[in-house]
Design a protein around this ligand. Structure first.
Ligand code: AKB
Length: 323
């Protein structure tokens, strides 16, 4: 039985992707790798490998230890934290991607997934319904690394026939772990405060619209793209991907429909400039056309599931794991 490798399995998306892949392929066929041990007990039903993804020899050794059908390479430094450590962000994001692509070029894995982001866009991009081929002019190191990474993916596909696929994720909202170091993280943090009955202090202004997605939709998009026949995957940089867009105030209003006493205050910080450089909404018609993408969860469904899940998670019997 060929195996499936998830690098960056301890992160926000990694946890959710591993759980979905375990259900699809069985835990023993999903190998989870990260520089830190995942905290989620479900993730640890799969074999765990400690891996620094910038170490090419260590990565090659992991690939050589088994026969791999797919790799999902999720390890990265996100937009906000990347601005604090620009060279470290570049090194992690680029070196690790090139290590994976080199292993794929050597035939050590059949198919590669690597995430891009709406961070590839910038001030010259249209604000609304950004088309697939919009200008890419990122202002963050994270965004620059995503534009470069998209170019490398297309290069390895064109030059070496590497079957690499990618999505430009919007902000992702889930409840199994907290995101870390991103600009869209407020949209998860707000639910933690609402579930605790606390006032949320938002680091973006109330009228900042950003594209967002429930993480289970993002996982499904990822698996559907990876399952699509090669000839359907016409775009080998990264596909635009969308579900919904909202501002912090719109999200707070939606939360108040269920939690009337929920309070929010605004204290924009350096992340505001990053958010201002990103689009408000995305046109993902190429993904819908090429491999049948369709989101399922809208704002109302999102608020319902996120509030219920975070409340359960923060209930006394679970609270220590949610810190
Ligand atoms: C971030 O905010 O940096 C990420 C992203 C949009 O890629 N969530």
């Amino acid at each position: 039985m060929k195996k499936h490798l998830v690098i960056g399995a301890a992160g926000q998306l990694g946890v959710e992707l591993v759980l979905a892949m375990q259900a699809k392929h069985r835990p023993e066929n999903v190998i989870v790798a990260d520089i830190r041990t995942p905290e989620d007990e479900g993730v640890l039903r799969s074999p765990f490998v400690h891996l620094d993804a910038t170490d090419r020899d260590a990565m090659r050794a992991v690939f050589q230890s088994d026969t791999y059908a797919t790799v999902y390479h999720l390890a990265a430094m996100l937009s906000a934290v990347g601005e604090k450590r620009p060279l470290a962000a570049w090194d992690l994001n680029m070196t690790s991607l090139l290590n994976v692509l080199e292993c794929a070029r050597e035939g050590l894995v059949e198919r590669v997934f690597w995430p891009s982001s709406i961070a590839v866009f910038g001030p010259a991009t249209p604000k609304h319904d950004v088309p697939q081929d919009a200008p890419l002019d990122p202002t963050t190191v994270y965004g620059i690394s995503k534009v470069a990474g998209e170019g490398w993916c297309r290069y390895y596909h064109a030059q070496y026939g590497v079957d690499v696929r990618s999505l430009r994720y919007p902000g992702l909202l889930g409840h199994r772990s907290l995101p870390g170091g991103g600009t869209t993280d407020y949209a998860v943090d707000i639910f933690v405060s609402a579930a605790r009955g606390e006032t949320y202090s938002c680091f973006l202004s109330e009228d900042t619209p950003l594209p967002m997605m429930y993480i289970e939709d993002a996982v499904r998009a990822t698996l559907e793209l990876m399952d699509a026949p090669s000839e359907s995957v016409a775009i080998r940089t990264a596909y635009n991907l969308a579900a919904m867009s909202f501002t912090p105030e719109e999200l707070a209003d939606a939360i108040r429909q269920r939690e009337p006493d929920f309070a929010i205050a605004y204290a924009p910080d350096s992340r505001q400039a990053i958010a201002d450089s990103w689009p408000a909404s995305i046109d993902d018609s190429a993904a819908r056309r090429d491999w049948g993408w369709k989101h399922e969860v809208d704002v109302e469904g999102l608020v319902e599931v996120m509030l219920a899940a975070w409340k359960q998670r923060l209930a006394p019997s679970h609270a220590t794991k949610a810190q």
